[in-house]
Design a binder for this molecule. Sequence first.
Ligand SMILES: *[C@@H]1O[C@H](CO)[C@@H](O)[C@H](O)[C@H]1NC(C)=O
Ligand SMILES: *[C@@H]1O[C@H](CO)[C@@H](O)[C@H](O)[C@H]1NC(C)=O
Ligand SMILES: *[C@@H]1O[C@H](CO)[C@@H](O)[C@H](O)[C@H]1NC(C)=O
Ligand SMILES: *[C@@H]1O[C@H](CO)[C@@H](O)[C@H](O)[C@H]1NC(C)=O
Ligand SMILES: *[C@@H]1O[C@H](CO)[C@@H](O)[C@H](O)[C@H]1NC(C)=O
Ligand SMILES: *[C@@H]1O[C@H](CO)[C@@H](O)[C@H](O)[C@H]1NC(C)=O
Ligand SMILES: *[C@@H]1O[C@H](CO)[C@@H](O)[C@H](O)[C@H]1NC(C)=O
Ligand SMILES: *[C@@H]1O[C@H](CO)[C@@H](O)[C@H](O)[C@H]1NC(C)=O
Ligand SMILES: *[C@@H]1O[C@H](CO)[C@@H](O)[C@H](O)[C@H]1NC(C)=O
Ligand SMILES: *[C@@H]1O[C@H](CO)[C@@H](O)[C@H](O)[C@H]1NC(C)=O
Ligand SMILES: *[C@@H]1O[C@H](CO)[C@@H](O)[C@H](O)[C@H]1NC(C)=O
Ligand SMILES: *[C@@H]1O[C@H](CO)[C@@H](O)[C@H](O)[C@H]1NC(C)=O
Length: 678
Amino acid sequence: MAGILHILLSVLALIPYSLAGKCWKDTSCSGPTASGFQGPWEENIYAPASRTVRPKILLDLESNSAAYAKSNAPVLHGNGSRLVFDFGLEVGGVVTLHYTTTGSGAIGLAFTEAKNWIGKWSDSSNGAFEGPDGALYANFSVAGEGSYTMPEKELRGGFRYLTVFLISSDNVDAWIQDVSLELAFQPTWSNLRAYQGYFHSNDKLLNRIWYAGAYTLQTNAVPVSTGRQVPMIEDGWANNCTLGPGDTILVDGAKRDRAVWPGDMGIALPSSFVSTGDLQSVKNALQVMYNTQNKSTGAFDESGPPLSQKGSDTYHMWSMIGTYNYMLFTNDTDFLERNWEGYKAAMDYIYEKVNYSSGLLNVTGTRDWARWQQGYNNSEAQMILHHTLRTGAHLATWAGDKALTNTYHSRADKLEVAINKYCWDEDYGAFKDNATSTTLHPQDANSMALLYGITNRTRASRISTQLTKNWTPIGAVAPELPENISPFISSFEIQGHLAIRQTSRALDLIRRSWGWYLNNPNGTQSTMIEGYLQNGTFGYRSSRGYSYDASYVSHSHGWSSGPTSALTNYILGLSITSPLGLTWKIAPQFGDLRSVEGGFVTSLGKFQTTWNRREDGYTIHFSVPKGTRGNVTLPFVEEFKKPSIKIDGVDVDRGVLYSDDTATVTVSGGGVHKVVVH
Ligand SMILES: *[C@@H]1O[C@H](CO)[C@@H](O)[C@H](O)[C@H]1NC(C)=O
Ligand SMILES: *[C@@H]1O[C@H](CO)[C@@H](O)[C@H](O)[C@H]1NC(C)=O
Ligand SMILES: *[C@@H]1O[C@H](CO)[C@@H](O)[C@H](O)[C@H]1NC(C)=O
Ligand SMILES: *[C@@H]1O[C@H](CO)[C@@H](O)[C@H](O)[C@H]1NC(C)=O
Ligand SMILES: *[C@@H]1O[C@H](CO)[C@@H](O)[C@H](O)[C@H]1NC(C)=O
Ligand SMILES: *[C@@H]1O[C@H](CO)[C@@H](O)[C@H](O)[C@H]1NC(C)=O
Ligand SMILES: *[C@@H]1O[C@H](CO)[C@@H](O)[C@H](O)[C@H]1NC(C)=O
Ligand SMILES: *[C@@H]1O[C@H](CO)[C@@H](O)[C@H](O)[C@H]1NC(C)=O
Ligand SMILES: *[C@@H]1O[C@H](CO)[C@@H](O)[C@H](O)[C@H]1NC(C)=O
Ligand SMILES: *[C@@H]1O[C@H](CO)[C@@H](O)[C@H](O)[C@H]1NC(C)=O
Ligand SMILES: *[C@@H]1O[C@H](CO)[C@@H](O)[C@H](O)[C@H]1NC(C)=O
Ligand SMILES: *[C@@H]1O[C@H](CO)[C@@H](O)[C@H](O)[C@H]1NC(C)=O
C-alpha cells in the first residue's frame, strides 16, 4: 500500500503546472500583462500566477485538521467514501479529474464556498430556492484509468472546497490522481496578478482586506457567456447564458447571481479602478444596461440579462452614477456620446417622479438592495437622486451641454433643501427612513448623506455618532434590514465617516466587520461576503422570511469591496477629481497608522503617494503625471495650530487654505514632489 501511495505521489508531483500566460478558453487576451507597481505588496495579491490551479490541502474532516495532500492517500474506498479538497482560497471555473478505478460506478463532485457547507451536495446557487444544488457525476463502467472534465455549461463560478465522493458497490476503489481547475474569471487577462493599483500600510489586516476586495472583483469579472440560467432551474445548475457585449463583464457575485447589478457597481466600480484597473468589464456591464433600456420610458432594468429584473428606481439611478464613474476613470467620450441620449432619457424618467409638493422623489419602482421597505419618499432614494443629479451635472459638462449642467445642479440644490426639511429627525439627530413620522433611522440613507455631502456639519457630526449605535463586535446591523450586517451598506458607512474625517470610526468598522469575515475559518479567507447575520452565521436575509437555504449567500460579492477604494481614496488619500486625473486630490487621514503607500494608473500615467509619520510631523512623497494639478490637504500636527509646510525644500506660507484642522495647498504641473510637515 505504501508503495502504491509513493508511486501515486510521484505521479502527482510530475504533473506540470501549465504555463502562466493563458486567457480563458478561446477568449482573446486584452488585459495588462505586467503589474503597474512592483514591490513587496504583491505578496498580498490572492490571485494565482497561473490560470490552471490545483487544491492546496486535502482536508481530514474526522480529526478536523488540515493536512497537506502529500501525507494522505488520495483514494476513495467503496460506496459513499469521500475526499475534500481545499483550494485554500476562492476559485471558480472548470474542474478536470484524472482517476483509476477497480470497478464501475460514479465519482461525484460537490462544491462550496463556505467550510460549514462541505458535503455531497453543492451549496445553493441556482436561484430556485429549493435548497442545495446537488453534484456532478463522472460515471465509469469498467476498471482502469479515466478522466472527467465538467461540462462548461456547469462551470462553478465560486467555491473553495471540492468534495469528491464515490457511488459504487463497496468493493470498488478509486484513486484520484489529479485534480486541476481552469479558472474562468477575468477571462481576458493572461496574468491575473497584473494589478494596475496597489496599497501597502503598516497594518497587515488592512492590507489583506484591501487585496481581498480586489480579488473579489477579479472573481466577479466573468466570461460573458457564463451567466446564470434564467428561468431558474431547480435541479443542478447552469451558467450558460449571455450577459452582454464583449468578452468580460462585471457581475454581482462569483457563485451567483452571475448577472449585472448596477447598484452593486456603486461600490465595485471605484474599487476596481484603484486595484486591478479592470474597466473593460465595467464598460460592458454598463453598455448592456443601455442596450436594454426601455426606449419608450427611459427606464433602465434593475439587472442585466438574462435576469432583467425591472422596477427599481434606485438601481436605475445607479446605472447613471456608474456612467459618471466610468467616464471619470476612463474619459471614454465615445461611450458617453453613444449613450448620452439614453442617459438624458433616464434622467427625465426619474425626475418626473419628483412631482410632489415637498420636492421629494416619489419612489414607485420599489425593488432595491435587500432593505426591508422601499417606496414613497424613502430617504435612501433621495440621497441617491441627489448624487445622480450632481454627477449628472459633471457628465453634462463633459458632454458639452452647459445648460443641462446648471439645470441638474439647481435640481440638486432644491432636493437638498427638501431632504433636510422633511426627512430629518431633529430629536434623534439623523435622517428618518422617509418623510413620515417613522422612528427608523436607516444605515443606508444616513451613510450616503455623509458621503455625498447632503447635510451641514452639525447634522453630519450627529449622524456619524448615531450610526455607531448600530454597531456590534462583528459589524453594523442595518436597521432597515433587522438582524443583518451588510458589508455593501457598510461600504457607504465607512466612506461616510471618512468624508467628514471621522477616521478612527471608519478604521474601527473596517476591522471589526471585514476583519471578522476575513479571519473567519468558515469563510473563503480571500474574498468579501455578500452579507451575514448579527449572530455570526452566514444566513444573510434568512431572518427576514426569505425561504431559501442559507448556503445561497455569495461569499464573493463586489458590492462588499468598499474598503478597497476607501483605503486608497481616504486613508492613503489619493483620488482623481476630473477625467483621467487631469485634476486630483491628495488628502491623507492617519488614524492609528504610521505609514501608507499606494497608487493607480490612468491613461495619463501613474499616480502614487507615500506618507510616513514621525514623532513631530510627517512626510508625503507623491508622483503624478506631467501637466496635471491638484490640491494637497494636510492634517494639522497639533490641534488648532497651523503647521510648518515645506514642499521640495521650500517653505509654503502663501495661498494656504485652512479649514477643519487641515491646510490645503494647490500643486500644479505634475511630477515628483516631497512635502514635509511639522
Ligand atoms: C464554523 O462552522 C461550524 C459548523 O457550522 C461551527 O460549529 C463553528 O462555530 C463556526 N465557526 C465560526 C468562527 O463561526
Ligand atoms: C452517473 O451516476 C450517477 C450517480 O450514481 C447517476 O445518478 C447518474 O444517472 C449516472 N449517469 C449516467 C449517464 O449514467
Ligand atoms: C451507495 O450508497 C448510497 C447512499 O448511501 C445508497 O443509496 C446506495 O444504495 C449504495 N449503493 C450500493 C451499490 O451499495
Ligand atoms: C442553459 O442550460 C439550461 C439547462 O440545461 C437550458 O434549459 C437552457 O436552454 C440553456 N441556455 C442556453 C442559452 O443555452
Ligand atoms: C417599457 O415600459 C412600458 C411601461 O412600463 C411597458 O409597457 C413596455 O412593455 C416596456 N417596453 C419594453 C420593451 O420592455
Ligand atoms: C478627454 O477626451 C476629450 C475628447 O476626446 C479630449 O478633448 C480631452 O482632452 C480628454 N481629457 C483628458 C484629460 O485627456
Ligand atoms: C404633477 O402634478 C400635477 C398636479 O397634480 C399634475 O397635473 C401633473 O401631471 C404631474 N406631472 C407629472 C410629470 O407627473
Ligand atoms: C406616488 O406615485 C404613486 C404612483 O404613481 C401615486 O399613486 C401616489 O399618489 C404618489 N404619491 C405622491 C405622494 O405623490
Ligand atoms: C416609512 O418608513 C417606515 C420604516 O421603513 C415604514 O414602516 C413606512 O411604511 C414608510 N412609510 C411610507 C409611506 O412609505
Ligand atoms: C444646519 O442645518 C439646519 C437646518 O437647515 C440649521 O438649523 C442649522 O443651523 C445648520 N447648522 C449649521 C452649522 O449651518
Ligand atoms: C442566528 O440568527 C438566525 C436568525 O434569527 C437564526 O435563525 C439562527 O438560528 C441563529 N443561529 C445561531 C447559531 O444563533
Ligand atoms: C482646490 O480647492 C479649491 C477650493 O476648494 C478649489 O476651488 C480648486 O478648484 C481646487 N483645485 C483643484 C486643482 O482641484
